[in-house]
Write a protein that binds this ligand. Sequence first.
Ligand code: NAP
Length: 304
Amino acid sequence: MYDLIVIGGGPAGLTAALYALRAGKSVLVIEKSTFGGQITWSPKVENFPTIPSISGAELGDRLTSQVLEQGAELELDEVTGVEIDGNIKRVKTDFGGTFEAKALIIAAGARPRTLGIPGEEALMGAGVCFCAVCDGAFYKGKAVAVNGGGNSALQDALLLSDTCSKVYIIHRRDKFRGEAKLVEALRAKANVEFVLNSSVTDLLGQDELSGIVVTDNAGNSRQLDVEGLFVAIGHAPDNGVFSELIDIDDGGYADSDESCTTKTPGVFAAGDCRRKTVRQLTTATADGSCAALAACRYIDSLEN
Ligand code: NAP
């Protein structure tokens, strides 16, 4: 049995692991997709204190190496359920694994939001993409669109503008939510066109995307001949599998307090899966440390 199982290997989960390991606890981190989490999709991170500029992938790699060096065990698998048996937390995974621990930190992050328009699902991977770092190279020399107004959309558009012939950035408001510096950088690019107060309302093409229809807030539509659409409209939590352990708010986020405790003793929630006002790398890592220290106090209390 482990002292602690952390579900989710993003910045919150890996920071939690780091703190617990340094407190002398045995730790297993279970991640369903990529150690490093969502941040690995960011081409450039320039707002993490002490690091002027780093790619998200490198940041994720560094954090993963750091916890491995401290003795973490890592498991690449999807958690399908958690049972509480007295003080034991039993975690079941998709590949049939069962892992036990005294405490559990849920740092499961969030998955990309979809537009919910006809054809979107059928064209995923055939023009409709959610990660410019992963898929941008397929659109070299081609016209693409990015939808969204946050840092992810702005960074995606910047990255794509280096290799694509044309990049439309479509946002439903007249102002971006993301950093002004990124907006400035995009304005300076000759191949970037801002399509504001507008939404993507239709996807064209049967087997592959051949264009999109955007409609402005006054109801006027126009067709953009793009081969790629990068959807970057934020993320939604995926806490369904934990619904019996934690309270979940209307938005699907885990309801937990400042020290990341939940309604189940020994179960903590950290990072983007938790209700909070600011979701940043810095707040995710802060949550990871708070949750780990609370989990360590809980584990120690079982032994006394
Ligand atoms: P975000 O900040 O939540 O922005 C999502 C954007 O999508 C908003 O502009 C929102 O519009 C728009 N949107 C939401 N639902 C939509 C819909 N159904 N149709 C059209 N547009 C929709 O998400 P994010 O950009 O993924 O960033 C998530 C967090 O990670 C943020 O806190 C961000 O700052 C952070 N981040 C940091 C870095 C970094 O470099 N450190 C990189 C990437 C992201 P409204 O503005 O109208 O709500």
